[in-house]
Design a protein around this ligand. Structure first.
Ligand SMILES: [Zn+2]
Length: 73
């Protein structure tokens, strides 16, 4: 079988797609295992906040808002 330029391009495109896919996968895994992302706004929770309160699920802004709404309710 003769390797044509189109085949090479197709193969390169496939590799590029797979690379994008694995990057997305790695990012998803990091997000899932780290869980250092605010459940409200998806912003990262600061390391200092995590250190002070490892169970923190919200960033400081959302936590303030959450506590305010809890107090009102
Ligand atoms: Zn937040």
């Amino acid at each position: 079988m003769k390797v044509t330029e189109q085949m090479i391009e197709a193969a390169e495109a496939m590799v590029a797609r797979e690379r994008d896919c694995s990057i997305a996968l790695i990012q998803a895994e990091l997000a899932a295992e780290g869980e250092d992302v605010c459940v409200e706004c998806d912003e990262p929770i600061s390391a200092a906040r995590k250190a002070a309160l490892p169970s923190a699920e919200r960033c400081i802004d959302c936590q303030k808002h959450y506590e305010r709404t809890m107090r009102v309710a």
